[in-house]
Write a protein that binds this ligand. Structure first.
Ligand code: AGP
Length: 604
């Protein structure tokens, strides 16, 4: 997704912007640009990676102390230099995340302007410029007046040579953080680009504008009435963002799951009291007891995390119905929300447009909304009525791994706390607590066998088709494993309920495909084995991932020793994470930034 950086202070703005854009590369983009303001404005843009832009910076160095920069993930107009940000119109230089939905209408009112790009952003820049030309209009006045005419979402930073000592920023539906340092101010759409300079930040809210000068920030609303802004501590550090010696962020994040899972559970599982507690739900025991319907809404991996957790919750909260929905579908459906419903939104980034749209719809209907979110201070985290931060740390790789494990666990905790309020048997709580206690160690045991799994991956790396299957809690596990493989290796991978094989997919079984079957010793072992036998009988190439010690006839069997009875899927899933990683590496792919994908899909 697009990234924004801005700087004003004593340092060389070009270098600060370049480093900031590098820290945002993981979000996925296809062009980049910077502008700095001094005696002249130096605007440099390049299609492709930040490295292309760096070449131009080296050719056109400046010592200016103010500037803005951007990495663009194309929405309106192809990836190209003319479409790259910053956009320059008249006295305005502008970078923008989000979508201006009424840009065509606005463009018609700006007939005096000739547009060099196909973007909605250039129209916004022209609109601001048209207002800025009026007498006695300061930059922030022009920005505020323009944004009142805009429909859609934006996170913007604006500079002008007419007022070269300020950066005006604003947000609506796209995150913007203002880092306040000693005599310098750093702006970014993601904390990763700030923390090299300061841990003190203002998380701008929707509808707010900030006038940033060196070391000072004035926040106001669109009517330009001042707002007292809260300076918060940014909860991350540079080291957490670096690869820490791993070849890729993806393997780093897979390997750190025992620790990040402990972080998710820390302070929330009180083993000695057989108690689970969550501080941020903002729901009383009575309100928890009254819940009868739960909507779980998410996209991609987060949706599979929601589906997996839901299998457990419907078991131990037997008076609750759960409806799992992918956000991109729910947002356009006509659906009834029964009384006593809550909606839970699962999102690593907390910025996914489809998920946010459903959150806004549920809030408009007066439904209590909870978030299961990783990115602290993200939009979804701020818009919900309560929820759980999964505390998995920054997840840089586009493919989500550690967040999945933490999301499932956090959502399980919500369900168990609700079940506690409903008077669940203490022995059920005790069983889950014991399993959570053992889970990090069991995941570590799988990680310790990473080289064995790498060798297995070598056998399957040249296939171009695969089917992942499982039953019950291993069905969403199969879906997640399929997504991991397809998005990192580009192997066409279908995930499905094993019981569905005979309803169609078994027609695909031949030497072009391999199949992965997840089998749980404690759940439907025989049923899933019958699916493996069906595939074997048709010459399939089956790899079984299992916690069972029984004889299994399959081309490959990856056996995981496990004492778990319930949370087995979270252990078997680590096998398919490693499997996907090693195949992607073997195929020479851009493991952390797979083609066409973005870390946070902030447009629909
Ligand atoms: C998962 O590996 C993908 N990167 C993608 O499906 C992701 O899970 C989805 O876009 C949802 O993102 P979110 O959790 O940030 O909302």
């Amino acid at each position: 997704m697009c990234g924004i950086v801005g700087y004003i202070g004593p340092k060389q703005a070009q270098q600060v912007l370049r480093e900031g854009l590098q820290r945002l590369e993981y979000r996925g983009y296809d062009s980049a640009g910077v502008v700095t303001i001094g005696d002249n404005a130096t605007l440099l843009r390049a299609k492709g990676k930040v490295a292309e832009l760096e070449q131009k910076i080296e050719e056109h160095p400046t010592t200016d102390g103010i500037g803005i920069g951007h990495t663009r993930w194309a929405t309106h107009g192809e990836p190209s230099e003319p479409n790259a940000h910053p956009h320059h119109v008249g006295d305005i230089y502008l970078v923008h995340n989000g979508i201006i939905e009424n840009y065509k209408d606005l463009k018609q009112q700006l007939e005096a302007y000739e547009f060099a790009s196909e973007t909605d952003t250039e129209v916004l820049a022209a609109l601001i410029d048209s207002l800025y030309k009026r007498a006695d209009v300061k930059l922030e006045n022009a920005v505020a007046q323009a944004l009142k005419l805009v429909e859609g979402t934006y996170g913007i930073s604006v500079v002008s040579q007419k007022e070269p000592h300020k950066i005006v920023v604003a947000r609506k539906g796209s995150p913007l953080i203002v880092g306040v340092g000693d005599e310098e101010t750093v702006i970014a759409s993601d904390a990763a680009a700030l923390i090299a300079h300061t841990n003190d930040a203002i998380y701008l809210k929707d509808g707010e504008i900030a006038v940033c000068t060196a070391g000072n920030v004035e926040v106001m609303n669109l009517d330009e009435q001042p707002i007292s802004a809260v300076v918060e501590k940014i909860e991350t550090n540079l080291e957490a963002i670096e690869k820490q010696g791993y070849d890729h962020f993806l393997i780093k994040e897979i390997m750190e799951q025992p620790d990040t899972l402990r972080s998710t559970l820390s302070g929330r599982v009180v083993k000695e009291q057989n108690l689970l507690r969550l501080g941020g739900l903002n729901m009383s025991e009575e309100e928890l007891r009254a819940v009868k319907h739960i909507f779980v809404v998410a996209c991609g991996t987060a949706s599979y995390a929601g589906q997996l957790a839901s299998y457990y919750i419907e078991q131990f909260c037997d008076d609750v119905t759960i409806r799992n929905e992918v956000a991109s579908e729910l947002r356009y459906r006509s659906f009834n929300v029964p009384s006593n419903s809550i909606a839970i939104f699962v999102s690593q980034s907390g910025e996914t447009a489809d998920t946010l749209a459903c959150l806004n719809e549920m809030k408009a209907r007066g439904v209590r909304c909870l978030g299961i979110v990783n990115a602290v201070g993200s939009t979804i985290a701020r818009e919900v009525d309560g929820g759980v931060y999964v505390h998995a740390g920054p997840e840089i790789s586009v493919a989500s791994t550690k967040a999945f494990t933490s999301q499932v666990s956090a959502l399980l905790l919500v369900g168990l706390v609700m079940a506690q309020a409903k008077g669940i048997e203490p022995k059920v709580i005790e069983q889950y607590i014991n399993e959570f206690d053992a889970l990090p160690g069991e995941i570590q045991a799988v990680l310790d066998r990473h080289d064995e799994i790498r060798q297995v991956a070598e056998r399957y790396k040249d296939y171009d088709n695969a089917i992942f299957m499982g039953r019950d809690t291993l069905f969403p596990t199969a879906m997640e494993g399929a997504l991991k493989l397809k998005e990192t290796s580009y192997i066409h991978t279908e995930g499905q309920a094993a019981g569905e094989l005979k309803h169609g997919s078994i027609a695909l079984v031949d030497d072009r495909f391999f199949e992965v079957a997840f089998i749980d010793e404690h759940r439907l072992f025989e049923k899933t084995m019958s699916n493996v036998i069906e595939v074997n009988a048709r010459g399939g190439h089956v790899m079984v991932i299992t916690n069972s010690t029984r004889d299994i006839d399959a081309e490959t069997v990856v056996r995981i020793e496990s004492q778990l009875q319930l949370l087995t899927p979270l252990v078997l899933n680590v096998v398919s994470q490693l499997f996907a990683y090693y195949i992607a590496v073997a195929r020479g792919n851009d493991v952390d930034q797979p083609r066409n994908l973005a870390k946070s899909v902030t447009v629909e």
